[in-house]
Write a protein that binds this ligand. Structure first.
Ligand code: NAI
Length: 249
């Protein structure tokens, strides 16, 4: 699909992969982008920056906690009000917090399920521009290859991958007309990786991490967002793409 004239709603769009993806979509001619994120102060700041760079009628910010269905639905409604249509949902918001794992499951998994079904059952079939609306779910390398350091986070990312695989069934596609694409980033230089370094519970895992992390080649979030645009140009319903070491498979 081409991004021209399309509209996207991106969750977790104020930082890292989400922010870079919003910028890359705008650079590639998208009509409108909704930045959906919990952080209201940062939302206003990023919105002004993007408006200056890409024009004031192409971006909106909506405060959304993805685990809250009413707030998520409000973001869909405001997107349609602002731009007239919606074609792409990127379920990108995510945290890595092994201690507060219930909150992490709420965001990384429940938030993705809420967004995916609002998109497939209500908003994308009704408000798409052309015939190729898509839900892009951000899983992780850890959704394919388990992380010994973050088992609870890994469980959420496996589940997101399972959701995409289940929905890729032709029956779902025929009912909704919405494609599902799962992207699994390898380790990428964002705030979430800082959390691995700084907030990991002490114990034997710290030793594992100390041995493990410095050897890892972190990719830039810009690389991931460029890859996402390329993948969107040509993918099949149900595809799972791994983007790591600056390569897509
Ligand atoms: P990040 O920490 O830079 O960005 C996460 C964004 O999500 C922030 O803007 C934050 O405010 C927002 N957010 C947090 N809780 C939210 C909520 N309840 N509702 C709405 N927004 C919320 O992290 P990064 O790396 O850009 O992560 C994006 C996605 O990529 C996540 O799903 C993450 O699990 C995934 N990922 C990241 C990798 C990495 O190495 N950075 C590797 C594999 C996957």
């Amino acid at each position: 699909m081409s991004l021209t004239n399309k509209v996207a709603l991106i969750t977790g769009a104020l930082s890292g992969i989400g922010l870079c993806s919003a910028k890359e979509f705008l650079k590639n001619g998208i009509k409108g982008v909704t930045l959906a994120d919990v952080n209201v102060d940062k939302g206003q700041e990023i919105l002004s920056l993007l408006e200056k760079e890409y024009g004031s009628n192409r971006v909106i910010f909506v405060k959304v906690d993805v685990s809250n269905q009413d707030e998520f639905e409000d973001a869909f409604k405001k997107t349609v009000e602002a731009f007239g249509n919606i074609d792409i949902l990127v379920n990108n918001a995510g945290i890595l917090n092994e201690r507060d794992f219930k909150r992490m499951v709420d965001i990384n998994l429940n938030g993705v399920i809420i967004g995916t079904f609002l998109a497939m059952e209500n908003y994308l079939p009704k408000y798409k521009t052309y015939d190729d609306p898509v839900v892009v779910n951000i899983s992780s390398l850890y959704g394919l290859d388990p992380s010994i350091c973050s088992p609870k986070y890994t469980a959420t990312k496996y589940a997101v991958l399972g959701l995409g695989r289940s929905l890729s069934d032709q029956a779902h596609f025929e009912t909704s007309g919405v494609k599902v694409l799962t992207i699994c980033p390898g380790l990428t230089e964002t705030a979430i990786v800082d959390n691995i370094y700084e907030k990991h519970p002490p114990g034997r895992y710290v030793n594992i991490l100390n041995n493990f992390l410095p050897t890892i080649n972190l990719q830039k979030p810009e690389v991931l967002s460029i890859a996402m645009v390329k993948i969107l140009e040509n993918f099949e319903n149900g595809d799972v793409w791994l983007v790591e070491d600056n390569q897509c498979h």
